[in-house]
Design a protein around this ligand. Structure first.
Ligand code: PHB
Length: 392
């Protein structure tokens, strides 16, 4: 009896809330709440993601299955789980968004995931690359990459190309820990030896002590993951100043180290660096040419489009395609069903959303930094097709 009353009360209280939260009529805009880093040291992350989303809308229009999409941006100001959480709550309860998107940094994505699981909103990760993120809500889909996915190919490539003793240096948080684990596992399995591993604080810009230790232990190569920005610029400067290259220590990494958006700022010391990654501005395809042209028309020349811009573009493409498939419905279960197994031709090459893990399956390219027409680019020369996140 008590149970029945309780049920009735809950229904009565919940009903008006549900009514006001649910958009009525097919003509209502689809609201996408983009939570990302738009200011502070990681401001490029949010801006590249948003610029990529806008590029898709410029090329394909903003209305899909009769529903116009509306982007609402919110700034986490950096790696700020508490702010990210509050922004997600506000976007869901006050702004009534249908979809969450963005997320450059892992701590922000992880903070929002439990709120997302409860609110049941499709959540499209456009960068954050720690493997576990997609396991934290059944409504999360990732269109970017995972660190193990980009790391395993460079470990295998290095071992195959004569490197037998390596050292690892990673940023001490989710993606760095994932990269270290994936490198050690794949490099050992391919016959290599990891002589030591070190982790630097996430926002570190003084690598002198780490570089000296690495130099003293004389590995054949050092594998590096750092989040692109002042960290990668400082690391590259230190590597050059301490003469690790002259000492014969090769530098290898995931393409985060030679981010297209940072390459020209890092300059000539990057020439010859070999990395593995899923996107290069130099990728030779009609889709990438059209993407770069439209990106520049929409956003100007402040940024060269990078992997985050590409994931913003692809995330918007996936949302558009899901809307077409559901006939404009944003019912979370229908929307997720439309995303699972989705195949798209991205500026980076063919991509697919794994229906089991909701993570991306894609080609990982091996690239070398070269000067092309006066600018530095990651020039692709080998590839591993259909790579899944090996950590799952
Ligand atoms: C992350 O925080 O998950 C992250 C940030 C920058 C990257 C990759 C991953 O380049």
């Amino acid at each position: 009896m008590l149970k029945r009353w309780r049920k009735l009360i809950v229904t009565v209280i919940a009903a008006p809330l549900v009514l006001s939260a649910a958009p009525a009529g097919a003509q209502q805009n689809v609201r996408i709440g983009v939570i990302a880093e738009f200011s502070g040291p990681f401001a490029d992350y949010g801006n590249q993601i948003l610029n990529g989303m806008k590029t898709y809308l410029k090329l394909h229009g903003d209305t899909f299955a009769g529903r116009k999409v509306e982007i609402i941006t919110r700034d986490t100001t950096g790696p700020s789980p508490e702010i990210a959480k509050r922004l997600a709550q506000e976007l869901i309860t006050r702004d009534h968004v249908d979809i969450l998107a963005g997320f450059g940094l892992t701590p922000n994505a992880l903070a929002v995931a439990p709120i997302d699981a409860q609110a049941k909103k499709p959540m499209v990760i456009m960068n954050a690359a720690t493997s576990i993120i997609t396991t934290r809500s059944p409504y999360i889909v990732r269109v970017s990459h995972t660190l193990p996915q980009d790391t395993q190919p460079i470990a295998q490539w290095a071992a195959k190309n004569g490197i037998k003793r390596a050292y690892t240096l990673v940023a001490d948080y989710g993606p760095g820990v994932d990269a270290e684990g994936a490198f050690v596992k794949a490099f050992k399995a391919a016959g290599g030896e990891v002589i030591d591993s070190v982790r630097s604080p996430m926002q570190n810009t003084d690598f002198a002590a780490y570089l000296q230790r690495i130099k003293d232990s004389k590995p054949e190569a050092v594998f590096v993951f750092l989040p692109p920005g002042s960290e990668t610029i400082a690391f590259m400067k230190g590597y050059e100043e301490r003469g690790l290259g002259q000492a014969g220590i090769k530098l290898i990494g995931t393409g985060d180290l030679t981010d297209d958006g940072m390459l020209d700022a890092m300059g000539d010391p990057t020439i010859g660096l070999i990395t593995a990654f899923h996107y290069s501005a130099a990728h030779d395809s009609p889709e990438n040419k059209a993407f770069i042209k439209a990106y520049t028309e929409v956003n100007g020349t402040k940024y060269r489009p990078n992997f985050m811009a590409c994931a913003g573009y692809d995330g918007m493409a996936a949302i558009a395609e899901a809307l077409r498939k559901t006939g404009g419905s944003v019912d979370p279960d229908k929307f997720l069903a439309a995303l699972k197994g989705m195949k798209l031709m991205s500026p980076r090459g063919p991509i697919m959303i794994d229906p089991q893990t909701r993570d991306i399956v894609q080609t990982v390219y091996i690239r070398k930094v070269e000067r092309v027409d006066g600018h530095l680019y990651n020039v692709e020369f080998d590839k591993y097709p259909d790579v899944k996140d090996p950590a799952k």
